[in-house]
Design a protein around this ligand. Structure first.
Ligand SMILES: Nc1nc2c(c(=O)[nH]1)N[C@H]1C(S)=C(S)[C@@H](COP(=O)(O)O)O[C@H]1N2
Ligand SMILES: [Mo]
Length: 323
């Protein structure tokens, strides 16, 4: 039922099965039985929303100074690939969501910092940006579907946001939540997904130097399809951890249940650290398809970031750290 328009630069998916397709088939059957299928299928043909034509209010923050500590062992992915081949289920389960995602209105946008904090705060996104130390970093990105890319993200360390929030000592985890508005995001009319998209990190992960809040890409404000105006990048974890278009950060005592865990706990865990030796139930993680390149390249433990993050998992060997 998903009629896919192939673009020249798209490569056929061979051994990579989209994260959602299997679930969609399974759940569409349930949905069809419940009579909900026609109502939820009508959005596949939506076109580009009217462009607002207003300059992005954060445009003056770009380009930010590059942090040379984050270098790459591979070329940077072409911009049109990284901004044209996306996972954003709020706008559909295919990779071709650029047009549909233009309906997301990214101003005004407020961020809530709540839970176990000295004082709850609600901030306008541009007020938050003014308080944060912006920089550019080159990061690898590895999707659990076994494709990968490498991009220049702009943003600030997640630790800077944690410091602003002032969590109390009882806070052990950080829970992050995407916006919820089925009027703008037709994928959220798919009632079998437990919206909103939720992800979580331990406080040690959230304050690790690598955990990065992304606001831009290729020296420009983030386009909506990549998760504007604020998304996470945890490059040592599978891509589904890097939650997009965040509206709320909650500091909590208990491990948050993520959207993917609710959908399929046997396939998507809390930790989701990249490990080539631990296959996903539906596909090997040994190699990856690097967007724009033919052939496959070997996947690296912690996606090549073991030096920075391996220490986070000492004493947790009993956990399913790699799914
Ligand atoms: N809110 C939200 N965040 C999300 C997703 C999503 O569907 N919704 N997809 C995730 C997955 S599976 C991946 S691989 C990355 C893709 O990011 P990109 O489109 O910028 O490459 O976003 C992640 N963050
Ligand atoms: Mo992904």
């Amino acid at each position: 039922m998903l009629i896919k328009r192939k673009r020249g630069w798209e490569m056929p998916e061979r051994d990579a099965t989209p994260e959602a397709l299997f679930l969609d088939r399974r759940n569409l059957l349930k949905g069809a039985a419940a009579g909900g299928i026609l109502a939820s299928a009508g959005w596949f043909g939506l076109g580009r929303a009217e462009a607002a034509g207003e300059p992005d209010p954060s445009a003056s923050l770009y380009p930010a100074k590059a942090n040379a500590a984050y270098a790459l062992d591979r070329p940077v992915t072409a911009e049109k690939l990284a901004t044209g081949y996306n996972n954003f289920y709020e706008f559909g389960t295919d990779k071709d969501i650029v047009d549909r995602s233009q309906a997301l209105k990214i101003r005004p946008w407020t961020i809530k910092l709540d839970g176990m904090v000295e004082q709850e705060q609600t901030l306008g996104i541009d007020d938050l940006f003014k308080k944060m130390p912006f920089e550019e970093r080159l990061y690898r990105h590895r999707c659990v579907e076994a494709w990968s890319m490498a991009v220049p993200w702009t943003g600030f360390p997640l630790k800077a946001l944690v410091d602003l929030a002032k969590p109390t000592s009882g806070a052990k985890y950080m829970r992050m939540e995407t916006f919820e508005d089925p009027g703008m995001a037709p994928g959220q009319k798919q009632f079998w997904y437990p919206w909103p998209y939720v992800e979580g990190l331990t406080m040690a992960e959230a304050t690790n130097e690598l955990a990065f809040m992304v606001t831009g890409i290729y020296g420009k404000p983030l386009p909506t399809q990549n998760g504007a105006p604020l998304r996470l990048a945890t490059p040592w974890k599978y891509g589904f951890k890097s939650v997009k278009s965040i509206v709320r950060f909650s500091f909590v005592a208990d491990r948050p249940k993520t959207m993917w865990q609710t959908l399929a706990a046997d396939e998507y865990g809390f930790w989701a650290n990249v490990n080539p030796d631990v296959p996903h139930p539906r596909w090997s993680q040994a190699t990856e398809r690097f967007l724009g390149q033919s052939g496959r390249r070997p996947t690296l433990l912690f996606n090549g970031y073991a030096e920075q993050v391996a220490g986070l998992y000492k004493g947790l060997e009993g956990e399913k750290l790699y799914m």
